[in-house]
Design a binder for this molecule. Structure first.
Ligand code: SAM
Length: 292
């Protein structure tokens, strides 16, 4: 089977199987070998690695992964792609395809079975309609994870990597940066995909943090505070926290915590770093604020 990472081979295999793209599955297949090489390089794949690929499509990136890693498990939701993958990955004994929704897979069990519980690498050209649930699901599953290297919409990559005080900074930046060190490693224009998406894309590498930047006393409270701070972006932090559903924080308590940490009373959430959100959450918890 010839390498797939070009328009001619991709079109030939799609025609052979009379494949119809399904919009609901976010199917935009990569057709540029240079981009595939960049993804493999960003992921730092070595011959010892076990790799989980989400959404292999027709197996274009899977072939590259199989050539560079010890073993690859690819999870694909669209059963129409399974016969195609049997052909395109037939020459790779280190490839396994699971036909399932990635959001329903027991990831910790997979890592245990396939990699003896050692940290795995996740690589994907993600379906854009579920980028955030997939990434947060991977982090929150607490599976042993070395890192995630994914193609995402440019706008989402910018938000993940954003710093305090910028327009892109928000709850997604903080959640991703709580678990990882994000780094955009490539910008990928629409013509590198078939069919072309309407938006630009980026490859982003999320190296897993060994631990949060500061000890966290109550993770649920921290994330409740972060969500509340950005739900009403134009409000001051003290007002945002007071009005947040699910958080029982009185305005005076919020003001007291901000003063205790040396922040001005009218500070907005977008000005606080991850470390400062952790300090605020630990302080409010210490003042008796309950877990949401
Ligand atoms: N990796 C291929 C490539 O780069 O050419 C395809 C990438 S395409 C953007 C996204 C792939 O994810 C599609 O094959 C789609 O069917 C699959 N997919 C969509 N939702 C999924 C889900 N919930 N679980 C697993 N795969 C999914």
């Amino acid at each position: 089977m010839a390498s797939l990472g070009n328009p001619q081979q991709t079109i030939a295999i799609l025609q052979k199987y009379n494949f119809r793209f399904q919009k609901k599955f976010g199917q935009n297949f990569l057709i540029d070998p240079r981009v595939l090489e960049k993804i493999i390089k960003s992921a730092g794949i070595t011959p010892e690695d076990f790799v989980l690929e989400i959404g292999p499509g027709i197996g274009t990136m899977t072939q590259y992964l199989c050539e560079n890693a010890r073993a690859v498990t690819a999870v694909e939701i669209d059963r129409n792609l399974i016969p195609i993958l049997e052909e395109t990955l037939g020459a790779y004994p280190n490839a396994e395809v699971i036909c399932q929704d990635i959001l329903k897979l027991d990831l910790a069990r997979l890592a245990q079975e396939k990699n003896n519980g050692a940290p795995i690498k996740v690589v994907a050209n993600l379906p854009y309609y579920i980028t955030t649930p997939i990434i947060m699901g991977l982090f929150e599953s607490h599976m042993p994870l070395a890192g995630i290297t994914v193609m995402v919409q440019k706008e989402v990559a910018d938000r993940m990597q954003a710093s305090p005080g910028t327009k892109d900074y928000g709850a997604l930046s903080l959640a991703v940066q709580y678990y990882s060190y994000p780094e955009i490693t490539a910008h990928v224009p629409p013509h590198c995909f078939l069919p072309r998406p309407k938006v630009g894309s980026c490859v982003i590498h999320l190296a897993k943090r060994p631990a949060p930047p500061l000890p966290v006393q109550d993770e649920k409270l921290l994330f409740g505070i972060i969500r509340a701070s950005f739900q009403q972006r134009r409000k001051t932090l003290a007002n945002g926290l007071q009005n947040a559903p699910g958080l029982a924080i009185r305005k005076e308590l919020a003001a007291e915590a901000l003063q205790h940490l040396g922040f001005p009373p009218n500070i907005r959430g977008e000005a606080l770093s991850l470390e400062q959100f952790i300090q605020l959450s630990n302080t409010l918890g210490g003042m008796g604020c309950p877990s949401p």
